[in-house]
Design a protein around this ligand. Structure first.
Ligand SMILES: [Zn+2]
Length: 361
Protein backbone atom coordinates (compact mmCIF):
# COMPACT_ATOMS: atom_id res chain seq x y z
CA UNK A 1 0.00 0.00 0.00
CA UNK A 2 1.49 3.30 -1.07
CA UNK A 3 0.13 6.62 -0.02
CA UNK A 4 1.65 9.94 -0.73
CA UNK A 5 0.86 12.07 2.28
CA UNK A 6 1.11 15.65 1.13
CA UNK A 7 0.39 18.61 3.34
CA UNK A 8 -2.65 19.40 1.25
CA UNK A 9 -4.05 15.90 1.74
CA UNK A 10 -3.50 16.10 5.47
CA UNK A 11 -5.20 19.47 5.65
CA UNK A 12 -8.11 18.29 3.56
CA UNK A 13 -8.39 14.98 5.38
CA UNK A 14 -8.40 13.36 1.94
CA UNK A 15 -5.84 10.81 3.02
CA UNK A 16 -8.07 9.42 5.74
CA UNK A 17 -9.95 7.08 3.43
CA UNK A 18 -6.75 5.38 2.38
CA UNK A 19 -5.50 4.97 5.91
CA UNK A 20 -8.70 3.40 7.09
CA UNK A 21 -9.19 1.04 4.18
CA UNK A 22 -9.21 -2.57 5.13
CA UNK A 23 -8.61 -1.89 8.78
CA UNK A 24 -10.79 -1.91 11.82
CA UNK A 25 -10.21 0.20 14.84
CA UNK A 26 -10.47 -1.33 18.26
CA UNK A 27 -12.50 1.03 20.35
CA UNK A 28 -11.94 1.73 24.00
CA UNK A 29 -8.21 1.03 23.94
CA UNK A 30 -6.80 3.30 26.62
CA UNK A 31 -3.59 3.67 24.60
CA UNK A 32 -5.44 5.36 21.82
CA UNK A 33 -6.77 8.86 21.83
CA UNK A 34 -10.19 9.14 20.27
CA UNK A 35 -9.93 9.52 16.54
CA UNK A 36 -12.32 10.53 13.85
CA UNK A 37 -12.29 8.86 10.42
CA UNK A 38 -10.86 12.16 9.16
CA UNK A 39 -7.63 11.57 11.04
CA UNK A 40 -4.45 9.55 10.63
CA UNK A 41 -4.19 9.54 14.40
CA UNK A 42 -3.38 6.15 15.75
CA UNK A 43 -1.92 4.42 12.70
CA UNK A 44 1.49 2.75 12.74
CA UNK A 45 3.36 2.38 9.45
CA UNK A 46 4.70 -1.18 9.20
CA UNK A 47 6.69 -2.60 6.30
CA UNK A 48 3.44 -4.23 5.11
CA UNK A 49 1.41 -1.02 5.35
CA UNK A 50 -0.36 0.98 8.05
CA UNK A 51 -2.15 -0.71 10.95
CA UNK A 52 -4.15 0.75 13.84
CA UNK A 53 -1.78 1.24 16.77
CA UNK A 54 -4.22 -0.70 18.92
CA UNK A 55 -3.14 -3.82 16.98
CA UNK A 56 0.58 -3.34 17.62
CA UNK A 57 0.31 -5.46 20.78
CA UNK A 58 3.20 -6.50 22.99
CA UNK A 59 6.05 -4.74 21.27
CA UNK A 60 9.83 -4.36 21.23
CA UNK A 61 10.67 -0.74 20.34
CA UNK A 62 14.41 -1.14 19.68
CA UNK A 63 15.83 -4.28 18.02
CA UNK A 64 17.84 -5.19 14.92
CA UNK A 65 17.37 -7.89 12.29
CA UNK A 66 20.54 -7.18 10.32
CA UNK A 67 23.58 -4.90 10.53
CA UNK A 68 26.43 -4.26 8.13
CA UNK A 69 29.33 -2.43 9.72
CA UNK A 70 31.39 -2.13 6.55
CA UNK A 71 30.87 1.65 6.49
CA UNK A 72 28.85 4.00 4.32
CA UNK A 73 31.25 3.70 1.36
CA UNK A 74 31.34 -0.09 1.25
CA UNK A 75 27.88 -1.26 2.26
CA UNK A 76 25.20 -2.20 -0.25
CA UNK A 77 22.87 -4.93 -1.39
CA UNK A 78 25.73 -6.83 -2.98
CA UNK A 79 26.98 -7.60 0.53
CA UNK A 80 24.13 -9.92 1.63
CA UNK A 81 21.66 -12.45 0.34
CA UNK A 82 18.04 -11.70 1.27
CA UNK A 83 16.95 -15.36 1.31
CA UNK A 84 19.83 -16.33 3.59
CA UNK A 85 19.22 -13.51 6.06
CA UNK A 86 15.53 -14.44 6.20
CA UNK A 87 16.37 -18.12 6.72
CA UNK A 88 18.77 -17.37 9.58
CA UNK A 89 16.67 -14.74 11.36
CA UNK A 90 13.21 -16.26 10.97
CA UNK A 91 13.48 -18.72 13.91
CA UNK A 92 14.46 -15.86 16.25
CA UNK A 93 11.39 -13.88 15.22
CA UNK A 94 9.14 -16.94 15.39
CA UNK A 95 10.32 -17.43 18.99
CA UNK A 96 9.02 -13.93 19.70
CA UNK A 97 5.63 -14.68 18.21
CA UNK A 98 5.34 -17.79 20.39
CA UNK A 99 5.87 -15.51 23.39
CA UNK A 100 3.02 -13.24 22.34
CA UNK A 101 5.13 -10.43 20.91
CA UNK A 102 3.48 -8.71 17.96
CA UNK A 103 5.27 -5.38 17.37
CA UNK A 104 8.94 -5.15 16.37
CA UNK A 105 10.72 -1.89 15.61
CA UNK A 106 13.82 -2.51 13.53
CA UNK A 107 16.28 0.25 14.38
CA UNK A 108 18.90 -0.45 11.73
CA UNK A 109 19.47 2.77 9.80
CA UNK A 110 20.37 3.35 6.17
CA UNK A 111 24.04 2.56 5.41
CA UNK A 112 24.20 0.00 8.27
CA UNK A 113 22.21 -2.73 6.55
CA UNK A 114 18.66 -1.46 6.45
CA UNK A 115 16.84 -3.63 3.91
CA UNK A 116 13.04 -3.40 3.70
CA UNK A 117 13.00 -6.50 1.47
CA UNK A 118 14.30 -8.65 4.33
CA UNK A 119 11.90 -7.09 6.83
CA UNK A 120 8.90 -7.44 4.53
CA UNK A 121 9.52 -11.12 3.96
CA UNK A 122 10.02 -11.76 7.68
CA UNK A 123 6.84 -9.84 8.50
CA UNK A 124 4.89 -11.96 6.02
CA UNK A 125 6.34 -15.22 7.26
CA UNK A 126 6.10 -14.55 11.01
CA UNK A 127 3.06 -12.28 11.45
CA UNK A 128 5.11 -9.70 13.34
CA UNK A 129 4.31 -6.03 12.75
CA UNK A 130 7.78 -4.77 11.73
CA UNK A 131 8.83 -1.14 11.29
CA UNK A 132 11.80 0.15 9.32
CA UNK A 133 13.38 3.60 9.35
CA UNK A 134 14.48 6.63 7.40
CA UNK A 135 17.28 8.92 8.63
CA UNK A 136 21.07 8.76 9.12
CA UNK A 137 23.28 7.52 11.92
CA UNK A 138 25.89 10.00 13.15
CA UNK A 139 27.23 7.78 15.95
CA UNK A 140 30.47 5.73 15.74
CA UNK A 141 32.48 8.82 14.74
CA UNK A 142 30.40 9.35 11.60
CA UNK A 143 31.66 6.30 9.68
CA UNK A 144 28.13 5.39 8.64
CA UNK A 145 27.31 8.80 7.16
CA UNK A 146 27.36 9.29 3.39
CA UNK A 147 29.44 12.28 2.15
CA UNK A 148 26.34 14.34 1.32
CA UNK A 149 25.36 14.32 5.03
CA UNK A 150 28.27 16.71 5.63
CA UNK A 151 27.65 19.05 2.70
CA UNK A 152 23.86 19.35 2.62
CA UNK A 153 21.63 21.55 4.76
CA UNK A 154 19.12 20.12 7.26
CA UNK A 155 16.39 21.02 4.78
CA UNK A 156 18.11 19.05 1.99
CA UNK A 157 18.60 16.00 4.21
CA UNK A 158 15.00 16.26 5.38
CA UNK A 159 13.84 16.36 1.77
CA UNK A 160 15.61 13.03 1.12
CA UNK A 161 13.95 11.40 4.13
CA UNK A 162 10.53 12.86 3.31
CA UNK A 163 10.92 11.42 -0.17
CA UNK A 164 11.33 7.97 1.40
CA UNK A 165 8.14 8.55 3.37
CA UNK A 166 6.21 9.72 0.33
CA UNK A 167 7.59 7.35 -2.31
CA UNK A 168 9.01 4.44 -0.35
CA UNK A 169 12.58 3.37 0.36
CA UNK A 170 14.79 2.74 -2.70
CA UNK A 171 12.79 0.61 -5.15
CA UNK A 172 10.75 -1.26 -2.54
CA UNK A 173 7.74 1.02 -2.07
CA UNK A 174 8.13 0.35 1.67
CA UNK A 175 7.60 3.43 3.81
CA UNK A 176 9.48 4.07 7.05
CA UNK A 177 7.66 3.74 10.37
CA UNK A 178 10.10 5.94 12.29
CA UNK A 179 13.14 8.18 11.84
CA UNK A 180 16.40 6.67 13.09
CA UNK A 181 19.27 9.03 13.76
CA UNK A 182 22.39 8.73 15.87
CA UNK A 183 24.63 11.22 17.65
CA UNK A 184 28.10 10.79 19.15
CA UNK A 185 29.15 11.79 22.62
CA UNK A 186 29.02 15.55 23.27
CA UNK A 187 32.55 16.99 23.36
CA UNK A 188 34.26 20.28 24.18
CA UNK A 189 33.85 22.72 27.03
CA UNK A 190 31.00 23.05 27.58
CA UNK A 191 30.19 19.72 25.87
CA UNK A 192 28.02 19.97 22.79
CA UNK A 193 26.88 17.93 19.80
CA UNK A 194 29.11 17.98 16.71
CA UNK A 195 27.91 20.14 13.84
CA UNK A 196 26.84 17.18 11.74
CA UNK A 197 25.03 15.53 14.66
CA UNK A 198 23.17 18.76 15.43
CA UNK A 199 22.22 18.91 11.75
CA UNK A 200 20.78 15.40 11.87
CA UNK A 201 18.61 16.38 14.84
CA UNK A 202 17.39 19.49 12.99
CA UNK A 203 16.61 17.46 9.88
CA UNK A 204 14.73 14.90 11.97
CA UNK A 205 12.64 17.70 13.50
CA UNK A 206 11.65 18.90 10.04
CA UNK A 207 10.69 15.40 8.92
CA UNK A 208 8.81 14.61 12.11
CA UNK A 209 6.81 17.83 11.89
CA UNK A 210 5.98 17.15 8.28
CA UNK A 211 5.15 13.44 8.53
CA UNK A 212 4.14 12.81 12.16
CA UNK A 213 6.85 10.13 12.40
CA UNK A 214 8.68 9.58 15.68
CA UNK A 215 12.47 9.82 15.98
CA UNK A 216 14.57 7.10 17.58
CA UNK A 217 17.91 8.71 18.47
CA UNK A 218 20.97 6.63 19.25
CA UNK A 219 22.88 8.56 21.88
CA UNK A 220 26.51 8.67 22.92
CA UNK A 221 25.97 9.28 26.63
CA UNK A 222 23.64 11.26 28.86
CA UNK A 223 24.71 14.77 27.86
CA UNK A 224 24.37 14.05 24.14
CA UNK A 225 21.02 12.34 24.70
CA UNK A 226 19.56 15.24 26.63
CA UNK A 227 20.98 17.84 24.27
CA UNK A 228 19.57 16.02 21.24
CA UNK A 229 16.12 15.87 22.85
CA UNK A 230 16.23 19.53 23.83
CA UNK A 231 17.46 20.59 20.40
CA UNK A 232 14.70 18.60 18.70
CA UNK A 233 12.06 20.35 20.78
CA UNK A 234 13.64 23.76 20.19
CA UNK A 235 13.61 23.04 16.45
CA UNK A 236 9.84 22.65 16.64
CA UNK A 237 9.59 18.89 17.08
CA UNK A 238 6.92 17.54 19.38
CA UNK A 239 8.60 16.07 22.50
CA UNK A 240 6.33 13.03 22.31
CA UNK A 241 7.88 12.30 18.88
CA UNK A 242 11.43 11.87 20.25
CA UNK A 243 12.93 8.72 21.80
CA UNK A 244 16.26 8.93 23.62
CA UNK A 245 17.69 5.47 22.93
CA UNK A 246 20.23 3.74 25.16
CA UNK A 247 19.11 5.67 28.23
CA UNK A 248 19.98 2.70 30.51
CA UNK A 249 23.36 4.21 31.35
CA UNK A 250 22.28 7.87 31.46
CA UNK A 251 21.44 7.94 35.17
CA UNK A 252 18.14 8.60 36.92
CA UNK A 253 18.61 12.36 36.96
CA UNK A 254 19.01 12.68 33.18
CA UNK A 255 16.22 10.19 32.53
CA UNK A 256 13.87 12.24 34.70
CA UNK A 257 14.81 15.41 32.84
CA UNK A 258 14.19 13.75 29.47
CA UNK A 259 10.79 12.50 30.66
CA UNK A 260 9.91 15.92 32.07
CA UNK A 261 10.75 17.43 28.70
CA UNK A 262 8.01 15.12 27.38
CA UNK A 263 10.34 12.82 25.42
CA UNK A 264 10.63 9.04 25.63
CA UNK A 265 13.24 7.33 27.78
CA UNK A 266 14.22 4.12 26.02
CA UNK A 267 15.72 1.51 28.33
CA UNK A 268 16.74 -0.77 25.48
CA UNK A 269 19.79 -2.53 26.88
CA UNK A 270 17.90 -5.29 28.68
CA UNK A 271 19.97 -8.45 28.87
CA UNK A 272 23.29 -6.61 28.71
CA UNK A 273 23.66 -6.18 32.48
CA UNK A 274 22.69 -8.01 35.66
CA UNK A 275 18.98 -8.19 36.39
CA UNK A 276 19.42 -6.09 39.54
CA UNK A 277 21.04 -3.32 37.53
CA UNK A 278 18.12 -3.20 35.08
CA UNK A 279 15.63 -3.11 37.94
CA UNK A 280 17.57 -0.34 39.68
CA UNK A 281 17.44 1.74 36.48
CA UNK A 282 13.73 1.25 35.88
CA UNK A 283 12.15 1.34 39.32
CA UNK A 284 12.99 4.94 40.38
CA UNK A 285 11.26 6.14 37.19
CA UNK A 286 8.09 4.08 37.52
CA UNK A 287 6.10 6.19 39.91
CA UNK A 288 6.11 9.45 37.95
CA UNK A 289 7.31 8.59 34.47
CA UNK A 290 5.86 5.19 33.55
CA UNK A 291 4.02 6.85 30.64
CA UNK A 292 7.37 7.92 29.11
CA UNK A 293 9.32 4.64 29.31
CA UNK A 294 10.11 2.06 26.64
CA UNK A 295 11.69 -1.36 27.23
CA UNK A 296 13.73 -3.29 24.67
CA UNK A 297 16.97 -5.27 24.22
CA UNK A 298 18.87 -3.83 21.24
CA UNK A 299 19.37 -7.49 20.34
CA UNK A 300 19.86 -9.50 17.19
CA UNK A 301 21.31 -9.43 14.47
CA UNK A 302 22.55 -11.03 11.30
CA UNK A 303 26.03 -9.57 11.06
CA UNK A 304 26.81 -9.13 7.37
CA UNK A 305 30.17 -10.58 6.39
CA UNK A 306 30.20 -13.28 9.05
CA UNK A 307 29.33 -16.92 8.26
CA UNK A 308 25.61 -17.55 8.95
CA UNK A 309 25.41 -14.01 10.34
CA UNK A 310 27.82 -14.68 13.20
CA UNK A 311 26.75 -14.87 16.83
CA UNK A 312 23.18 -13.65 17.12
CA UNK A 313 21.71 -12.55 20.46
CA UNK A 314 18.11 -13.76 20.70
CA UNK A 315 15.18 -11.55 21.69
CA UNK A 316 13.91 -13.48 24.73
CA UNK A 317 15.37 -11.73 27.78
CA UNK A 318 12.53 -9.28 28.22
CA UNK A 319 9.68 -11.78 28.07
CA UNK A 320 11.50 -14.69 29.76
CA UNK A 321 13.50 -12.95 32.47
CA UNK A 322 12.74 -9.27 32.98
CA UNK A 323 8.94 -9.14 32.90
CA UNK A 324 8.64 -12.18 35.22
CA UNK A 325 11.05 -10.40 37.59
CA UNK A 326 8.83 -7.29 37.56
CA UNK A 327 5.82 -9.46 38.40
CA UNK A 328 7.69 -11.12 41.27
CA UNK A 329 8.45 -7.68 42.66
CA UNK A 330 4.77 -6.85 42.70
CA UNK A 331 4.66 -4.43 39.78
CA UNK A 332 1.01 -4.26 38.74
CA UNK A 333 -0.05 -5.94 35.51
CA UNK A 334 -1.51 -2.62 34.34
CA UNK A 335 1.92 -0.99 34.67
CA UNK A 336 3.60 -3.81 32.75
CA UNK A 337 0.98 -3.47 30.04
CA UNK A 338 1.59 0.25 29.90
CA UNK A 339 5.34 -0.25 29.49
CA UNK A 340 5.18 -3.02 26.91
CA UNK A 341 1.93 -2.48 24.98
CA UNK A 342 0.47 0.98 25.42
CA UNK A 343 3.69 3.01 25.39
CA UNK A 344 5.09 1.49 22.16
CA UNK A 345 1.70 2.03 20.51
CA UNK A 346 1.65 5.68 21.57
CA UNK A 347 5.29 6.24 20.73
CA UNK A 348 5.05 5.01 17.14
CA UNK A 349 1.49 6.00 16.25
CA UNK A 350 1.54 8.65 13.56
CA UNK A 351 0.02 11.89 14.59
CA UNK A 352 -1.10 14.70 12.34
CA UNK A 353 1.64 16.99 13.59
CA UNK A 354 0.33 20.37 14.72
CA UNK A 355 3.23 21.93 12.83
CA UNK A 356 1.83 20.78 9.49
CA UNK A 357 0.65 24.27 8.77
CA UNK A 358 0.97 26.79 6.02
CA UNK A 359 4.39 27.95 7.24
CA UNK A 360 5.63 24.41 7.95
CA UNK A 361 8.60 22.98 6.06
ZN1 LIG B 1 20.26 -0.25 18.32
Amino acid sequence: MRLSLTRREVLCGAVAVGWQTGTTRASGDPAMPSSSPQSIHGMIQTVLGPIPASQFGLALPHEHVMCDFAGAEQTGRHRWNVAEVVRVMKPFLQALRRRGVRGFVDCTPAFIGRDPRVLQQLARETGLHILTSTGYYGGASDRFLPPHAFSETPQQLAARWIREWEQGIEDTGVRPGHIKIGVDEATGDPPSLSAVDAKLVDAAAIVSRRTGLTVTCHTGGAIAGYQAAERFVRAGGSPARFIVAHSDGHGTETNRRVAELGCWVSLDGHGSRALEAHLATLEPLLERHAHRLLLSMDSGWYNVGEPEGGRIRDYTYLTDTFLPALRRRGIAEAVIRRLTVENPARAFALVPAPAITAEGP
